[in-house]
Design a protein around this ligand. Sequence first.
Ligand code: FPP
Length: 245
Amino acid sequence: MQVIMTDRSSIPQHVAIIMDGNGRWAQQLGKERYEGHIAGVESVRASVRAAVRNGVKYLTLYAFSTENWGRPQQEVEAIMELFCRSVISEVEELRRQGVRVVVIGRRSRFSERVREHLESIERQTSDGDKLTLVLAFDYSSRSEIVAGVQTLARRVAAGELSADDIDEQTISDALYTASIPDPDIIVRSGGECRLSNFLLWQASYAELYFPTVLWPDFGEEQFDAAVEEFARRDRRYGLVNDKKL
Ligand code: FPP
């Protein structure tokens, strides 16, 4: 469990996780898929604890992708129910740990009840200052970019913005993640090596890490391993590392 660090800059400021493998975990144990999601909530708790302990400031979790609406209705409903129950059961512990919850994604397709729970957890944790937990819920990176481009196009049409003044920052500011720094490392559990429409713009310089462990088996130790992996990577941003010349 011990994380060996050389300096503070080797601790990622922002860890983003694609929580994959709940279904396979359940199937391997002869359980229903939703039982994998229930078990996955414990891994969410463990990741939040480990993020706070490591001094990570932002933790983004891909909780429900836009593509997930295409799953069987029973499974979608089970995930929504699990989310609502988790909001109620976890809020006090999140507040105790100084965690602020922010939800990104498209809210209009959720039921009134789910929307109320999303707003409630954001409101009740708004003064957390140790960790910002970003929940990507009905999130799709391409839809986020389309919505951002539409916003900018409207501003240009209204004469508020000149097309020539659009730069990388303008685009970043038009995304759901406007106030959130880019992820330093993106972790995907379950062994698949792809980003599946998650933070595509924001991932430009992120380290990518694909442990094979299924999400319900992802605990504090696995989170620490991701932090250690980040510390080992040599980030050059297209430049050269002069220490090695
Ligand atoms: C992917 O595994 C996981 C999901 C689509 C849902 C993740 C939800 C949770 C962990 C619980 C609720 C979250 C919060 C924040 C309370 P999969 O079903 O795609 O697994 P598979 O690839 O093995 O089929």
